[in-house]
Design a protein around this ligand. Sequence first.
Ligand code: ZN
Length: 252
Amino acid sequence: MRIIRYQTPEGAATYGWILEDKVGEVQGNLFGEYRRREARTPFKELKLLAPCEPSKIVCVGRNYVEHAKELGNEVPKIPLIFLKPPSSIIATGEYIVLPAQSKQVEHEGELVVVIGKRAKNVTAENAKEYIFGYTIGNDVTARDLQKTDGQWTRAKGFDTFCSFGPWIDTDFDPSDAVVTCRVNGQMRQMASSRDMVFNVGTLVAYISSVMTLEPGDLIFTGTPAGVGELQNGDIVDVEIEGLGKLSNPVKA
Ligand code: ZN
C-alpha cells in the first residue's frame, strides 16, 4: 500500500491511500487503528505534503564505500549517525532554497526507512516489525560548511534541506533496489541498496540502541557516490526502482 499526506480543500492535512490513480482518505491513527475510505479523488488533483511528520530524522553518513572514498573518508566501523531537524522538511515539488551562507550545496539521493512502532534496543533480526515502510529522500548538504564546521548541524540543517516522498510504500523490499539521482535529467548517482555497508536491519538496531525511535521517525540510509553541486534553476530527481520519484526545483 502507498500512503500520502495531502492538503484538503479546507487547508487541513490528512493521510490518504492510493489505489491506481485515485486516493482515499485514511481516518484515525496511521500507525495504529485506522480506516480507509473509498479511493475516489484523482491523485493528480491533490497538493502533496511530505508523507509523514517525524519527531526526528536520523541520517547515516558514509554508508556506501564509493561515496566515502570520493570525499576522501574511511568507511566507518560502526554506523556514523547524525540528525536533521524537522524544520528542514519539504515535500516533492517544493523548492530547495540555497542559503547565502554556503557556496557549495549538494544533493544526496537516499533510501529512507519510516518507523511504524516505538523501537528501543531492537535486534537486526526483529527490525522489520518496527518498520512501517519506505520512501525516497534527498539529504541536501552544504558541503563547504560540513568541512569547516566539523559538527554537521548547520551543513545538514538549513530549511528545505530535507526532501522526502512522494509517498510511503509499506510493501517495498529494500534489499536490492537501484537508487539514482539526476540533475536536469543528467545522471549523477546510481547504486543498488545492496551496496550499503550497514543494511536496514543493522541500522534500525544500532540507532535504537542509542535513542528510542517513534512512529513516523525517518532513517536516511546514506547516499551512493556521485554527489554534486546544485545551482539556482536546477531540477533534482531522486528515483528508486519500484518505489517512485522525488523531484525538487532549486532556487537561490
Ligand atoms: Zn546523506
